[in-house]
Design a binder for this molecule. Sequence first.
Ligand SMILES: NC(=O)c1ccc[n+]([C@@H]2O[C@H](COP(=O)([O-])OP(=O)(O)OC[C@H]3O[C@@H](n4cnc5c(N)ncnc54)[C@H](OP(=O)(O)O)[C@@H]3O)[C@@H](O)[C@H]2O)c1
Length: 247
Amino acid sequence: MKGLKDKVVLITGGSRGLGRAMALGFAGQGAPIAIVSRKLEVCQETAAEVEALGVSAFPYACHVGHWQELDTMVDAVYERFGRVDVLINNAGMSPLYESLDQVSEDLFDKIIGVNLKGPFRLSANVGARMMRGDGGNIINISSTASVRPSPNAEPYGAAKAGLNAITQSFASAYGPRVRVNCIMAGPFLTDISKAWDMESFKRQAERTIPLKRGGQPEEIVGAALYLASDEASFTTGALLAVDGGNH
Ligand SMILES: NC(=O)c1ccc[n+]([C@@H]2O[C@H](COP(=O)([O-])OP(=O)(O)OC[C@H]3O[C@@H](n4cnc5c(N)ncnc54)[C@H](OP(=O)(O)O)[C@@H]3O)[C@@H](O)[C@H]2O)c1
């Protein structure tokens, strides 16, 4: 991909799953990475994998639902690397609940905090700095649950629909210097899928997913590299489904 070498990438939820796969994918292009999640040790493990590829990594512990922590984290990343060229809002969570009337206010706020509030604040803060600097790219990792919400994950679907919306509004607000795009992920086999009934998932995949399976984390990397690269220079505000055709 053109234009990624030496670009500084900040990825939330970069320690595991899709985030780890994207961190290694960008590192493979020669891009230094700030890897952010709650657990520093796990960020450090992924940072060591990135550094083994010959590029710098900056592991940092932060809760993306906590606005003030985000601002402190962004200051630390700018202090370490001097710039951010690509922000990937990837951290997310979709906790299970018994029934809709059992969803507590705390759980609702946490889901909105991690999946929507955090990405909003990071996009606003880092995007404004990109505008004042050399421009950049923001990629939001949403879900197909944003357009086909399930009753089993209602606050999550609503939060991700909000993430789609802010993708398009930030694309307008920060264009043309900053491009803002979104990947709507379908079912991927990460730690999230450990809570699924795999036999029933396989039967459902056979019926409803044209590619008839869940994705492997590495299968999101090409889309992220493309959106961040100069190859996507006329693409902003896009919602790209990477979901095995499951729509
Ligand atoms: N896997 C799927 O089927 C699927 C489908 C659609 C969309 N997605 C979306 O894709 C993204 C990545 O999912 P994944 O499957 O890779 O999940 P995962 O394997 O559970 O990894 C989640 C990552 O986010 C971090 N994280 C979670 N809560 C956080 C918080 N409050 N603050 C900071 N970091 C936090 C985790 O690290 P710590 O635990 O250290 O914080 C971890 O690095 C999410 O936005 C998810 O909604 C996934």
